[in-house]
Write a protein that binds this ligand. Structure first.
Ligand code: ACO
Length: 428
């Protein structure tokens, strides 16, 4: 049987061009149009890449119509809350879940790599109080490239492995220090006796000298296992999402042979936008702005009004035109933690009313606008005493294994080329 092909005919000249159709393991097939310009002298036009597969990948699969998300073939529902976040990182980076021995060694290595060069600490000093932690994180991550100058040889797997683990280990420290710097309190070093996620909460909450914040009556701000588990599940749900805007940015920057830490810093920049990872911060602000269940119809009307720039934050997704499976997992987590972590019932009631109103409104239903992951994370993060400006940094921490696995895959792809799209020129 011959290859499947697609023929395109230029009706102006009657010339036809034939292109191979390539099938993936799952998901839509692709038409290989790499020679299209050479053949026809024309470009394809696809702003926002709505129909363009920019690379071949073996890492993450999404079926947006059927609410399916898999890391290395494993459904997200089998990972969130069931495997530790670090095991999920190992899965994304290596292709398989670790054995108990591998898991222990990986965890130990990550703990030991969590410290920052003292030079980076001085960089924080140069930045003002009240700087948004995302801006500081981008700067600090970029600055890692001034210290670690290797990791550019894709055939040296040992070097690549160290680089991936280093960036994963250091990001919670960078995030916590960016936050502490923004509120003008002393830096806290990582505590290697603590697991990754607990260590992050510790670095946010601790006083200098390793003591957790004093709450009065002989109590301190202890870190509960339920909090560690909840944040671990949230990080897992953010760990990768195939070729989203920030991952594409990481790949594009990586395609120029830029350093990996610089590529990751560009991913942080892309994630910050409110159409992407920045939406979780905006959801919380919006719920507070709505203020009361009785105001929900007003804001639903604003979101539907084409003359009003207001959008319902945490709703809609480029790929999911049905339920976002990560959002569904978070909703379950929210319900489970409602009593245990004393989630803010006023905000939960507003969120529930927004969801109910949107999902019974033809505007949202006909456009496939469902709550996305950002709609549910905020109320849980607030109950974990995470300040609002740290919501997007938490997304960054969660997304590191995805970005760095995708960066590595790009580097190991012999067909990869510098990302350099074309344009339709309509100027003078
Ligand atoms: N509120 C109101 N209307 C919306 C919303 C929303 N949140 N999202 C999309 N729409 C409408 C658009 O106005 C458009 O309507 P039209 O067909 O009448 O012109 C239609 O739905 C399609 O929207 P697009 O912007 O074309 O869809 P796209 O796939 O380009 O954008 C995006 C997806 C950016 C996520 C968008 O839904 C949005 O801005 N959502 C709010 C921000 C948000 O929650 N972002 C987080 C995404 S998840 C993540 O990054 C982790």
């Amino acid at each position: 049987m011959g290859k499947n092909t697609m023929t395109l005919t230029d009706n102006r000249t009657g010339k036809s061009f034939e292109y191979n159709i390539i099938d993936g393991t799952r998901g839509p097939s692709v038409v290989d149009i790499r020679s299209f310009y050479k053949d026809s002298g024309m470009f394809t036009f696809d702003p926002g890449y709505t129909s363009t597969a920019s690379c071949e990948s073996k890492i993450t699969f999404i079926d947006g119509e059927n609410s399916e998300l898999r890391y290395r073939g494993i459904p997200i529902e089998d990972l969130a809350g069931k495997s530790s976040y670090l095991d999920v990182c190992y899965l994304l980076m290596n292709g398989n879940l670790p054995t108990p021995e591998q898991s222990k060694n990986f965890d130990l290595e990550i703990r030991h790599r969590s410290f920052l060069d003292e030079g980076i600490l001085r960089l924080f000093d140069a930045l003002p109080d009240h700087a948004h932690p995302m801006a500081t994180m981008g700067a600090a991550t970029m600055a890692l490239a001034t210290i670690y100058k290797d990791h550019l040889n894709p055939s040296n797997e040992d070097e690549f492995r160290v680089m991936r683990r280093r960036i994963l280990a250091k990001m919670p420290t960078i995030a916590a220090m960016a936050y502490r710097n923004s509120i003008g309190v002393p830096m806290i070093y990582p505590d290697i006796n603590r697991y990754f996620t607990e260590n992050f909460l510790y670095m946010l909450r601790a006083y200098p000298g390793g003591k957790l914040k004093y709450l009065g009556n002989g109590h301190n701000d202890e870190i509960k296992q339920v909090e560690v588990d909840a944040l671990d599940a949230i990080l897992t749900l953010h760990a990768d999402h195939e070729q989203n805007a920030s991952t594409t940015t990481v790949r594009n920057v990586g395609s120029t042979e830029a350093h990996p830490y610089v590529s990751i810093a560009s991913g942080i920049a892309a994630l910050w936008g409110s159409a992407h990872g920045g939406a979780n911060e905006r959801v919380m602000e919006q719920l507070k702005l709505i203020g009361d269940v009785k105001n929900v119809p007003t804001y639903i009307a604003k979101a539907k009004d084409k003359n009003d720039p207001f959008r319902l934050m945490g709703f809609g997704h480029r790929v999911y035109k049905n339920r976002d499976p990560r959002a569904q997992e978070l909703k379950k987590l929210q319900d489970k933690l409602r009593e245990e972590l004393h989630l803010d019932s006023h905000l939960l009631d507003i969120a529930a009313a927004v969801e109910k109103a949107a999902l019974s409104d033809d505007y949202f239903v006909s456009r496939g606008l469902y709550p996305n992951i950002d709609f549910y994370s905020g109320v849980i993060l607030t109950a974990l005493k995470i300040p609002i400006e740290m919501f997007t940094p938490i997304f960054v921490i969660g997304r590191i294994p995805g970005w760095i696995s995708q960066w590595t895959e790009l580097k190991q792809d012999p067909t990869a080329k510098i990302a350099r799209p074309r344009q339709l020129y309509t100027g003078k």
